[in-house]
Design a protein around this ligand. Structure first.
Ligand SMILES: O=C(O)CCC(=O)C(=O)O
Ligand SMILES: [Fe+2]
Length: 638
C-alpha cells in the first residue's frame, strides 16, 4: 500500500476480515435503516458508513471564508402583478441560475402550514411502528412508494447517515391506498402545491432564457415529479460520515424543503457554503438536465448534507425530472436550438432519456460506484492488493522490465495474456473521475478553426475570443485549418509507428534513461518513481533550441521528424501570439519572455492491452511546459 490517507486501505490492513458486502446486507435486511441503529443505542457508527478522508477533509475549512458568500434569496411576491415587477423577478432568477444554480424563495405561494405539516408527516412516517414501516422497505424500482436507507447502498463507497422514502407523484400519482396512512393526505396535498410552483418555475426559467414562457413546459420538462422524504438521525460520530454525499441532482431542478436543523452545503466557487434554514423559504436548485438543455447557461450545483450529533433533521426534495414511461424513453434532450449561435455552439451532445436514466442509476450518488464496480469484479480489490503486497518485490520487477529494453511492445510481442503487476493501477486512480457526472461526459471539446488568422483583423479578433474562451473554460481545444498539411501529419504518425516496430536490436540501441541524450526511447520516463507503470512506450527528441545531429536519429523517421518539428514550431509561435492576445497582451509578449525556445517532441506508442481495466495508457497528469500540441491517430482513448 502506498497511500495511507485512504480510510478503506487502513481498515483493510487492520482488519482483513472486513466483509463489507455482508455487513451492508445485514444492515439492509434489518429494514430499520439508520434510525434503527440509533434506536438500538449505537455509540460508534458501523464502518460501512465511514467516508474516505478526502470526502470529509474540507469540512472544517468552510466556515470562515464561506461566510462571505450567501445563497441568493428571491421574493416571488408580485409575480403575477405587473409586467415590470415580473421582469425584475425574472432578472433575479436569471442571475441566480447563472451564478449560483441554487436559491431560496420566499412568498412562493405554498402556505406555511402545508410545509410544516409535510415535515411533520415525514417525521410521523419514520417514527411510526417499526413493523408497519418495514412493510414499505424495498429496493424495487417499480414501486411507486418505497422507503429504504441509501438508494445506492451496495454501490457507494460509503453509506450515508440517512433514511429516505421516495414517491413518484407525477405523471401518474399512486393509488392513495399505496401510501402510508400516517402521511398520505399531506403528501398528496404538498405535491399538488409543489407541482403548481414547479410549473411556475419552468415559466420563469423559460423567460429568463429569453424564450417564450411555455417553452420548457412544451418540451415536457414538467411532467415527472419524484418526492423524497429524508430523515437524518443524530449521529454519534458526525466527523466520520456524511448525511448526504456530494452530488448534483438529476433531472431539471429540485424544490427542497428543509427544517430548522441546518447541515446543507453547496459547492460555490470551490468553497462549501452553508445554506442556513430560512423560515418559510423553499430552496430551488438547478439539476444536470437543465444545465444540459440550457447549454451551460444555468449551472447545476453540487451539494451535500453534513452529519450532526443532534437530530433528526428532516427534508423533502421534490425532483422535476424525466420519467420512465413508455414512449418517453426515446425522447432526446440536447442544448435548446434557440439558445445556440456561432458564439455559443453546443457544449453537449444529445442524449435519450433512456441512456440518461440508465447511466444515472448505475452511477450512484457520488458517481464513483459504477466505475468501481467495473474495475473490481470482486467487491473489495483493495484488500486483496494489501494482502499480496508483502511478497511483491516491485523494484526488481521494474528493473527486469527496464533491462529487457523492449518496452511494452516486447511484452505484447511475447504474447502476455495478463499484465505484469507493475502496471496495475490502484482502483482509485482508475475511478478518479468520481466528480464527473454522466452529463459532464457528454461535453464537446471546443473546436477552433484558425483559417483566416492572417486575414482581416475582425477575423483574428473572433479567433482570439474563441481561444480565450477555450483556455479559460477548457484548457483543451482542437484546432483545424492550422496550416500543417495532412500528409505531414500522417507521415509523422507512420514514422512513430516505424520507429516502434523496427528491428528490436536496432531499437535497443536507443533505449536509455540518459537525459543528456537528444534522442532516446524507453518505456515510462518515470518508471521507478510512479506508483504504477503505464501501458505505453515512447521516444523523446529535443528538437529546439538545438536539433540533434541527424546521425543521432534513426533512418526510419529522421526526415519526417525534422519536417514535422519545423511545422510544429511555426504553429507553436502562432499559438504563443494568440495566447498573448487572448491575455490582452501584445502578440509578442510570451515569445519575448523566451517561452518559445524549447521544443520537445515525444512519439508515444500504445500497444493493445490484454487487461485494459487494470491499467492506464497514460496516467492522469498535467503537462509541465507552456503548452502542448498533440497529434493523435484514429484509435481514441484520450
Ligand atoms: O436533505 C437535503 O437537504 C438535501 C437532499 C438532497 O440533496 C437530495 O435529495 O438530492
Ligand atoms: Fe440533492
Amino acid at each position: 500500500m502506498v497511500v495511507t490517507s485512504n480510510g478503506e486501505e487502513v481498515q483493510a490492513q487492520v482488519n482483513p476480515k472486513y466483509d463489507r458486502k455482508s455487513e451492508l446486507k445485514d444492515f439492509d435486511d434489518s429494514k430499520t435503516g439508520v434510525k434503527g441503529l440509533v434506536d438500538a443505542g449505537v455509540s460508534k457508527i458501523p464502518r460501512i458508513f465511514i467516508c474516505e478522508k478526502n470526502q470529509l477533509d474540507n469540512i472544517s475549512t468552510t466556515s470562515s471564508v464561506a461566510s462571505q458568500f450567501s445563497v441568493p434569496i428571491l421574493d416571488f411576491e408580485g409575480l403575477d402583478g405587473g409586467a415590470a415587477q415580473r421582469g425584475k423577478i425574472i432578472e433575479k432568477v436569471r442571475d441566480a441560475c447563472e451564478k449560483w444554480g441554487f436559491f431560496q424563495v420566499v412568498n412562493h405561494g405554498i402556505p406555511g402550514n402545508v410545509m410544516g405539516d409535510m415535515i411533520d408527516g415525514v417525521r410521523r412516517f419514520y417514527e411510526q411502528d417499526t413493523e408497519v414501516k418495514k412493510g414499505f422497505y424495498s429496493r424495487d424500482a417499480t414501486r411507486k412508494f418505497k422507503y429504504n436507507s441509501n438508494f445506492d447502498l451496495y454501490e457507494a463507497p460509503a453509506a450515508n447517515w440517512r433514511d429516505t422514502f421516495a414517491c413518484v407523484m407525477a405523471p401518474q400519482s399512486p393509488d392513495p391506498q399505496e401510501l402510508p396512512a400516517v402521511c398520505r393526505d399531506i403528501l398528496i396535498e404538498y405535491s399538488k402545491h409543489v407541482m403548481r410552483l414547479g410549473l411556475k418555475l419552468f415559466e420563469l426559467f423559460s423567460e429568463a432564457l429569453g424564450l417564450n414562457p411555455n417553452h420548457l413546459k412544451d418540451m415536457d420538462c414538467g411532467e415527472g415529479l419524484l418526492v423524497l422524504g429524508h430523515y437524518y438521525p443524530a449521529c454519534p460520530e458526525p466527523d466520520l460520515t456524511l448525511g448526504t454525499s456530494n452530488h448534483a441532482d438529476s433531472g431539471f431542478f429540485t424544490i427542497l424543503l428543509q427544517d430548522q436543523m441546518g447541515g446543507l452545503q453547496i459547492l460555490h466557487e470551490n468553497q462549501w457554503v452553508d445554506v442556513p434554514p430560512l423560515p418559510g423559504a423553499l430552496l430551488v436548485n438547478i439539476a444536470d438536465l437543465l444545465q444540459l438543455i440550457t447549454n451551460d447557461k444555468f449551472k447545476s450545483v453540487n451539494h451535500r448534507v453534513l452529519a450532526k450529533n443532534v437530530g433528526p433533521r428532516i427534508s423533502v426534495a421534490s425532483f422535476f425530472r424525466t420519467h420512465n414511461h413508455e414512449g418517453v424513453t426515446m425522447r432526446v434532450y440536447g442544448p435548446i436550438k434557440e439558445l445556440l449561435s456561432e458564439e455559443n455552439p453546443p457544449v453537449y451532445k444529445e442524449i435519450t432519456v433512456k441512456e440518461y436514466l440508465t447511466q444515472y442509476y448505475k452511477q450512484g450518488l457520488d458517481g464513483t460506484s459504477k466505475k468501481r464496480h467495473n474495475s473490481s469484479q470482486k467487491s473489495n480489490g483493495i484488500e486483496e492488493e494489501a494482502q499480496f503486497k508483502p511478497e511483491y518485490d516491485r523494484k526488481s520487477e521494474l528493473k527486469a522490465f527496464d533491462d529487457s529494453q523492449t518496452g511494452i511492445k516486447g511484452l505484447v510481442h511475447a504474447g502476455v495474456t495478463k499484465i505484469p503487476r507493475i502496471f496495475i493501477h490502484e482502483k482509485s486512480q482508475l475511478s478518479d473521475t468520481s466528480t464527473t457526472s454522466f452529463v459532464a461526459s457528454l461535453r464537446n471539446v471546443p473546436i477552433i478553426d484558425i483559417e483566416g488568422i492572417h486575414g482581416s483583423s475582425a477575423q483574428r479578433i473572433e479567433i482570439i475570443k474563441k481561444v480565450k474562451d477555450a483556455c479559460e473554460k477548457w484548457v483543451f481545444f482542437q484546432v483545424v485549418n492550422h496550416g500543417i498539411p495532412t500528409c505531414i501529419m500522417d507521415d509523422m504518425i507512420d514514422g512513430v509507428q516505424r520507429f516502434h516496430e523496427q528491428d528490436t536490436e536496432v531499437k535497443k540501441g536507443f533505449y536509455s534513461r540518459d537525459k543528456m541524450r537528444k534522442f532516446l526511447c524507453n518505456s515510462n520516463c518515470d518508471l521507478y518513481e510512479s506508483l504504477a507503470a503505464n501501458w505505453r512506450d515512447s521516444f523523446y527528441c529535443n528538437t529546439a533550441p538545438q536539433p540533434p545531429d541527424p546521425q543521432e536519429l534513426l533512418d526510419e523517421c529522421r526526415d519526417i521528424l525534422a519536417e514535422y518539428s519545423k511545422h510544429i514550431m511555426r504553429l507553436g509561435l502562432l499559438v504563443f501570439e494568440l495566447l498573448s492576445e487572448a491575455l490582452g497582451l501584445n502578440p509578442d509578449h510570451l515569445k519575448d519572455m523566451g517561452c518559445a525556445e524549447g521544443l520537445y517532441v515525444i512519439g508515444h506508442y500504445y500497444p493493445a492491452c490484454p487487461e485494459p481495466d487494470l491499467t492506464l495508457g497514460t496516467s492522469n497528469h498535467a503537462d509541465n511546459c507552456f503548452f502542448t500540441i498533440l497529434l493523435q491517430d484514429q484509435m481514441g482513448g484520450l
